[in-house]
Write a protein that binds this ligand. Structure first.
Ligand code: SF4
Length: 104
């Protein structure tokens, strides 16, 4: 059975901002329009429609997304399993980040 370790919840995975003007739970899901993420990227969710980041994080698409990650992770988009599935270790990903930031 596939397992998910959502690093946006269990680690300090940062929020991301897209070129389309949307906030996303992390950069791995930028410009991804799979289920749940489609709603996070909808025209209504453009940052111009909000007064604060907190308002975005408390919006329905975000609450539904995180509720799914916590209570029904088997329904998570494939991109989440790609980066946060049980076959991906955080150490491996951190290693890539380290190499990129050290340019080696
Ligand atoms: S890929 Fe999905 S589960 Fe993983 S950190 Fe990003 S939004 Fe969260």
């Amino acid at each position: 059975m596939k397992k998910l370790n959502p690093k946006c919840i269990t680690a300090n995975r940062d929020l991301a901002y897209t070129t389309t003007g949307h906030l996303t739970p992390c950069c791995w899901v930028n410009n991804n329009y799979e289920k749940y993420l489609k709603d996070i990227h909808s025209p209504e969710m453009h940052i111009d429609n909000f007064n604060s980041i907190e308002d975005i994080l408390l919006s329905k698409p975000w609450r539904v997304f995180f509720d799914m990650l916590m209570n029904n992770p088997s329904d998570a988009p494939e991109v989440c399993y790609k980066y946060c599935g049980n076959n991906k270790s955080w150490k491996k990903i951190e290693g890539v980040r380290h190499r990129i930031s050290n340019n080696d």
